[in-house]
Ligand binder design. Structure first.
Ligand SMILES: Cc1cc2nc3c(=O)[nH]c(=O)nc-3n(C[C@H](O)[C@H](O)[C@H](O)COP(=O)(O)OP(=O)(O)OC[C@H]3O[C@@H](n4cnc5c(N)ncnc54)[C@H](O)[C@@H]3O)c2cc1C
Length: 400
């Protein structure tokens, strides 16, 4: 086992770190205030486009994609950590969810025509995409429950169903959806589903409403409820072939969970730094906060927790590189539980040290807390991952 980052990885990590520090963080607070909460403004601030152009010109672009960056997951992980320090950074480097996962799907499973039409503009950051799996009417943490329908009709596919929590649906450049539905109701539970590309301006695609997260509509991305009502697309829009939706969903989430977890570690480092700076700078009862009632121990425990989560994530990334997503399922689930929980714990303590300021918009902690809490639900809730880990663990005993 060797988690020593390669030379290439270190060089890129340091350049991303400097870009986040020098270019993105100074812009972040102003942009957060422009974007935050004002859900009528589904517009991209010009500063974001300027930063994206700068990152692209610097070659810090699409680093998540091995076919572009030539980086293994274990090499990309420290770079993703740096991006996690700012909520803006993943988009600036064109490495944000859900676009990164959608680009991976197109790169891995798309036809040449699909790549030319959708992957090329996504890689250029010119358009945005959404992923439509979760449904309001079924427990979607079990992907086999997904019930929207895909029916063949001559040269077309006809799609019907309700989707929600579609991230990015409010973005003015969102052009394409990956839609998951049932194409073979009588098939095996893991081969009943397919994924289909649906341009968002297709007749029958109806955005019903945007959903708030802890009261914030998260512009300009947003999370929407969208209904598909007799939506007709050519059969060529199916990805990889009918019946392969579940397989694609599994493949999509392996690297995505490494990215989420490493970004969570980066965010946790930022929260810990904010906590320590505040604890040193502010005085109560005649002492700096850091020297009051157990705060030093809290800082030590958080350092231990972050370092443990980082090592576990690097281990999962290393396993993913060595044995592939299926064989590394338990390790990937483990970090999907560990990293968001550590992040939530660190931010919670950082908020506490900040007192009232911690829950205001003067520091980014409140928004970070909401993101951490959400991370424990998206891409599989904690309980589902714990179930998978327990199953793998117990299987070792069944053999005896
Ligand atoms: C901000 C945000 C963005 C999102 N973005 C997207 C997106 O872009 N595209 C998309 O398709 N979806 C997206 N989602 C949806 C997300 O992936 C789902 O919410 C998640 O998979 C859980 O599905 P569910 O909401 O149907 O919960 P359910 O499946 O109803 O589960 C609810 C709860 O039941 C419990 N539970 C479920 N299974 C088990 C188990 N095996 N053992 C014990 N307890 C269990 C857990 O406590 C779980 O949290 C997003 C969600 C949020 C909040």
């Amino acid at each position: 086992m060797d988690f020593e980052p390669s030379r290439e990885s270190v060089i890129l990590r340091d350049r991303v770190r400097a870009f986040v520090r020098d270019e993105i963080l100074p812009a972040e607070i102003a942009l957060a205030r422009t974007l935050g909460g004002d859900w009528t403004r589904w517009a991209v601030p010009p500063e974001v486009d300027a930063l994206k152009a700068k990152a692209r010109a610097a070659g810090l672009w699409n680093l998540f994609l091995p076919e572009v960056s030539k980086l293994a997951n274990v090499e990309y992980a420290p770079i993703a950590e740096e991006m996690g320090r700012s909520f803006l950074a993943p988009e600036i480097f064109n490495c944000n969810a859900p676009d990164a996962g959608n680009m991976e799907v197109l790169e891995k499973y798309g036809t040449e025509a699909q790549k030319v039409q959708w992957l090329t503009p996504l890689l250029a950051g010119e358009i945005r995409s959404v992923f439509c799996m979760t449904e309001p009417d079924v427990a979607s943490s079990d992907a086999t429950n997904v019930s929207a329908s895909i029916k063949e009709d001559g040269a077309s596919l006809v799609l019907n169903g309700k989707k929600w929590w579609t991230t990015g649906l409010g973005h003015p450049r969102a052009k394409i959806a990956i839609f998951m539905g049932v194409s073979d109701p009588d098939g095996h539970r893991h081969s009943r589903h397919s994924m289909v590309l649906v341009p968002l301006d297709t007749k029958g695609v109806c955005i019903k409403r945007m959903l708030s997260v802890f009261g914030d509509y998260d512009p300009p991305y947003g999370h929407g409820e969208v209904w598909f009502e007799d939506v007709r697309v050519p059969k060529e829009n199916v990805i990889a072939g009918l019946g392969r939706g579940f397989e694609i969903a599994q493949g999509r989430l392996g690297p995505g969970r490494i990215h989420h977890s490493m970004r969570a570690i980066g965010a946790a480092e930022r929260a810990l730094a904010l906590m320590i700076e505040r604890a040193i700078a502010r005085t109560a009862f005649g002492k700096p906060l850091v020297n009051l009632g157990g705060n030093r121990e809290r800082i030590a425990d958080l350092r231990i927790a972050i370092d443990q989560a980082r090592l576990l994530t690097l281990y999962a990334a290393w396993r993913l590189d060595k044995v592939g997503a299926l064989a590394a399922l338990a390790e990937i689930s483990a970090i999907k539980v560990a990293a968001p929980n550590v992040l939530q714990q660190v931010i919670d303590e950082a908020i506490q040290i900040h007192g009232g300021a911690g829950v205001s918009d003067d520091v980014p902690l409140a928004a970070m807390f909401a993101a951490a809490r959400v991370l424990r639900i998206v891409d599989g809730p904690d309980a589902v991952h714990r179930g998978l880990i327990a199953r793998a663990e117990l299987a070792k005993y069944e053999a005896r």
